[in-house]
Design a binder for this molecule. Structure first.
Ligand SMILES: CC(=O)N[C@H]1[C@@H](OP(=O)(O)OP(=O)(O)OC[C@H]2O[C@@H](n3ccc(=O)[nH]c3=O)[C@H](O)[C@@H]2O)O[C@H](CO)[C@@H](O)[C@@H]1O[C@H](C)C(=O)N[C@@H](C)C(=O)N[C@H](CCC(=O)O)C(=O)O
Ligand SMILES: Nc1ncnc2c1ncn2[C@@H]1O[C@H](COP(=O)(O)OP(=O)(O)OP(=O)(O)O)[C@@H](O)[C@H]1O
Ligand SMILES: N[C@H](CCC[C@H](N)C(=O)O)C(=O)O
Ligand SMILES: [Mg+2]
Length: 473
């Protein structure tokens, strides 16, 4: 961490700043406390608590009552919090790429990391799964972490010799300015469908939060890679072109990387791609069209960050799947497979079930639920998608958080009245497995890589993959 004194921040006094926090519960002696107005609470109410814990200055709105402590007054305290975080942790890998979109961010950043690593760059990625380097995975609490965590992660990656990092840009993170001080080299967009309307309220506001990455955070003329197969992608691409970015359009209807054909095999798929007018064919060791789309987005980002085309294509032929994304967890003794996937939106479920369907001779069965304290409007829609595209649906719990689990299940069942309801997730998975006949397939969706079930404020250890394996044993 950089050494700063109060006077370096324009405040009086020589006291050394030992750290920064926006949570009074984490304040230590010598910290600057950022008292931020929030979505549920107001950080300014916690100034007395922060002072008791040893805060020596407050960063907040000009009207904040600091009880005599020096005030770093700001009309945009979240932005200035990010700026101070960057001053304390200034290191950053030279190439930083951010990926946004409703679905596919975690997969795309991990594939991009693998391509860079294959090309000889010391690489990392971070997001929902944590911070991944060639040495392993360290957990993180958010998809786009709070600015302080973000810059301390960047700084330590830089210290460890990482030159290339791919990060996920969530709509919450963009809206709350968590990544405003990151110096970006390029950005990618996967797709936009419904999620998080509880927070953003309208589809337009959700889109604009994502669009901030391109319109406000990315330096002029930077490369952008946009999947243009949906309306949001096309509209974003047009904006990026108008703003003089180096805009690359990719996808089935992409101009710069066009997917001409995908031939699915049991556990792989052959892609025919037209890259800048030239045809290439590769076999990627991943199943499911959506995984191919994410791999192509990663390819686009690898190319604009300097990886030679042949190297990037060779890397794609050796990609490893991401934990909990169409991961085969095991097979019943009659051969029927059980997959674990992280689909937690209507479109995610649709794409997941469409991807698996061609490989199923018998019945396609699904166990899933919807998260509590998250967009309630997506629940019946997810139920309807499951009902329409699977042959057998079991609705269960998925992180009820502070909501009543039965109420969440009831909302899902509105879209899927014929489904079986089994609240306990382990019992639901057991029921799904017991129904599996030869030729069938079961997919357990919604939790993917997650290692816990959040009930109230408590995290109960729970892993879909482990539970499936225990039940199959
Ligand atoms: C809705 C939301 O995103 N909230 C985030 C936001 O909290 P907030 O500022 O609104 O919090 P608040 O509870 O109103 O409190 C206001 C302030 O008082 C402070 N406080 C509060 C209590 C106290 O005792 N002392 C104290 O100082 C809080 O630290 C906060 O600074 O800023 C906090 C600090 O960065 C985050 O931890 C918090 O994430 C909450 C826990 C959360 O669940 N967020 C999820 C929805 C989220 O961000 N998800 C995205 C997207 C996921 C995806 O689709 O991939 C992500 O990037 O992870
Ligand atoms: N390109 C895609 N189009 C539609 N659905 C997808 C796509 N990629 C992934 N999915 C679905 O979304 C799930 C989550 O994928 P991934 O973790 O890569 O997305 P994410 O954007 O990081 O999600 P989150 O918002 O939780 O961080 C997958 O398990 C799959 O069901
Ligand atoms: N990043 C997403 C993940 C949802 C995963 C699902 N298991 C849930 O809890 O709803 C979110 O926080 O909304
Ligand atoms: Mg993610």
């Amino acid at each position: 961490m950089n050494c700063l004194a109060l006077k370096d921040l324009g405040l009086s006094g020589d006291a050394e700043v030992t750290g920064l926090s926006c949570d009074s519960r984490l304040v230590k002696p010598g910290h600057v406390f950022a008292a931020l107005p929030g979505t549920a609470l107001d950080g300014r109410d916690y100034i007395p608590q922060a002072i008791k814990s040893g805060a020596i200055a407050i960063l907040s709105t000009p009207d904040a009552d600091t009880l005599g402590l020096p005030l770093l007054a700001s009309d945009e305290p979240r932005l200035d919090y990010a700026r101070l975080a960057k001053r304390l942790y200034p290191g950053q890998p030279a190439t930083v790429v951010a990926v946004t979109g409703t679905n596919g961010k975690s997969s795309t950043v991990e594939f991009l990391r693998q391509i860079w690593q294959f090309a000889g760059h010391t690489s990392a990625c971070f997001g929902t799964l944590g911070v991944r380097t060639e040495n392993g995975l360290a957990p993180m609490s958010h998809t786009t972490p709070d600015a302080l965590v973000l810059h301390s992660v960047m700084d330590s990656l830089h210290t460890d010799g990482v030159t290339h990092v791919a990060m996920e840009a969530s709509s919450h993170g963009l809206d709350q300015r968590r990544m405003d001080e990151v110096a970006l080299s390029a950005a990618g967009f996967t797709n936009l469908t419904q999620d998080h309307y509880d927070y953003h309220e309208t589809p337009e506001a959700y889109f604009e939060a994502k669009a901030r990455l391109f319109t406000e955070l990315l330096p002029d003329r930077s490369p952008v890679v946009v999947m243009v197969d949906d309306e949001a992608g096309r509209s974003l691409y047009d904006r990026c072109e108008a703003e003089d970015f180096y805009a690359r359009s990719i996808g089935w209807s992409g101009r710069d990387i066009r997917i001409a054909e995908i031939m699915p095999h049991a556990a792989s798929q052959k892609l025919t791609l037209i890259i800048d007018g030239e045809r290439s064919q590769i076999e990627i060791p991943l199943a499911g069209e959506f995984q191919a789309l994410n791999a192509v987005t990663a390819l686009g980002l690898a190319l604009v960050t300097g990886v030679p085309k042949d190297t990037a294509l060779a890397a794609m032929e050796g990609l490893s799947g991401v934990s909990g994304r169409l991961e085969i967890a095991g097979r019943k003794n009659n051969g029927a497979p059980v997959f674990v996937d992280f689909a937690h939106t209507e479109d995610g479920l649709l794409k997941l079930l469409q991807s698996i369907r061609p490989h199923v001779e018998g019945k396609l069965r699904i166990v899933f639920g919807c998260g509590g304290d998250r967009d309630p409007d997506k629940r019946a829609k997810m139920g309807a998608a499951a009902c329409r595209h699977a042959d057998d649906v079991i609705v269960t719990d998925d992180n009820p958080r502070t909501e009543v689990p039965a109420d969440i299940r009831a909302a899902v069942l509105i879209g899927c009245p014929s489904a079986t309801e089994v609240g306990d997730r382990r019992a639901a998975i057991a029921e799904g497995i017991s129904r599996l006949e030869a030729g069938d397939c079961l997919v357990v969706a919604g939790k993917g890589h997650e290692q816990g079930q959040i009930v109230g404020k408590t995290v109960i250890p729970f892993s879909d993959v482990t539970v499936v394996q225990e039940l199959l044993a």
